[in-house]
Ligand binder design. Structure first.
Ligand code: ATP
Ligand code: SF4
Ligand code: MG
Length: 324
């Protein structure tokens, strides 16, 4: 396993109280595999990713338990300078908003080139050539000319390609993409997603793709992890989930995707709101919103039941859900 997150716990200490943002998350990614992480806003997708990358805001964040084993080492036990070396060179992150992640006063060529001068000790000239090569790789037209331009001179889609190029520069083993296309137009979203998936296959990287969009997941992911209130509630190969979800929350997410063949049909929405992370409901955190909930759900927290060798569901009644 390239990356294995084990029983990770993260909380945030704020003036109003302690938010339990991540409550025992475990997931893994193999080389060449894409894991999609799904879940509503606030479910802990980004915080988990930030803990893996070592970029969590601490304070107010605090990792209170767990391990992040990457290539055999627990990253949570490394010193900050070792982590910094791994970040960028061995694992990289792509964010939603390229404009605020790129440096506005450096040309894209200088930013891409810096990866090679700083991390690989290359000359400026060689680094510039590498920058052009990377811009070609992510299919930015006229790379040789545009390498001198600044981030604001590029369209949203092109900037996102530059971020992908930055992430790929040192050929990391793992990329975490946190809603990489959310800020883009729908047609551009598809192109950028396709590019990312293609490069991931070519470089045989592990990819963690965080997204709200179940539509894109079907095409690119191998596995899905569904998060709710800082826990994984279902984890399975992508085809299994689309065939039949084994958790009512996953079912709710699937039923809320617009489908071309059902135009005009009212879109299903999961009733209610995600829980307040300072007061997560006892038992199954999803019970106040769950159509299958009964008494045991209010008192007993479901473990991640084994549905099959490659699939788990944190629902007491997963068989019912699977067959329903
Ligand atoms: N800097 C912070 N300070 C305080 N609380 C935070 C901070 N960052 C995250 N949290 C808490 O952690 C929760 C989970 O946040 P996270 O960003 O992981 O959600 P997410 O699943 O990525 O949602 P989204 O889909 O909106 O990006 C938040 O709802 C919030 O309560
Ligand atoms: S454990 Fe109960 S409340 Fe939770 S998802 Fe399953 S049926 Fe619903
Ligand atoms: Mg997020």
């Amino acid at each position: 396993m390239l990356l294995e997150v084990r029983d990770l716990h993260v909380e945030f200490h704020t003036r109003d109280g302690v938010a339990q943002a991540v409550n025992g998350v475990s997931y893994g990614v193999e080389a060449g595999e894409t894991l999609a992480v799904l879940g509503e806003s606030g479910s802990g997708k980004s915080v988990t990713a930030q803990a893996v990358m070592g970029i969590l805001d601490m304070p107010p964040g605090r990792i209170t338990g767990g391990e992040v084993v990457f290539r055999g080492r627990d990253l949570l036990r490394l010193k900050e300078d070792e982590r910094r070396r791994i970040r960028g060179a061995e694992m990289a992150m792509i964010f939603q908003d390229a404009l605020s992640s790129l440096n506005p006063v450096l040309s894209v060529g200088d930013q891409l080139g810096e990866m090679f001068t700083v991390h690989r000790g290359m000359s400026r000239k060689d680094a510039r050539a590498k920058a052009v090569e990377l811009m070609d790789r992510v299919r930015i037209p006229a790379a040789r000319e545009r390498v001198r331009q600044y981030p604001h001179q590029f369209s949203g889609g092109m900037r996102q390609r530059i971020m992908i190029a930055m992430a790929l520069a040192l050929e990391p083993a793992l990329i975490i993409a946190d809603e990489p296309t959310t800020a883009l137009d729908v047609t551009v979203q598809a192109q950028v997603m396709e590019l990312l998936a293609e490069l991931q296959r070519e470089y045989r990287m592990g990819l963690i793709l965080i997204t709200h969009d179940l539509g894109v997941v079907a095409d690119v992911a191998d596995r899905i992890a569904v998060m709710y209130a800082g826990r994984i509630v279902e984890s399975a190969p992508v085809h299994d989930i689309y065939k039949a979800p084994a958790h009512p929350y996953t079912r709710g997410l699937l039923d809320s995707i617009p489908r071309l063949d059902q135009k005009g049909r009212e879109l299903y929405a999961i009733k209610g709101l995600p829980p307040n992370l300072m007061h997560i409901p006892p038992g199954c955190a999803f019970h106040p919103r769950c159509p299958l909930a009964r008494d045991v759900c209010r008192t007993h927290e479901p473990p991640l039941y084994e549905v099959s060798g490659t699939r788990g569901s944190a629902c007491h009644f997963w068989t019912e859900c699977l067959n329903g």
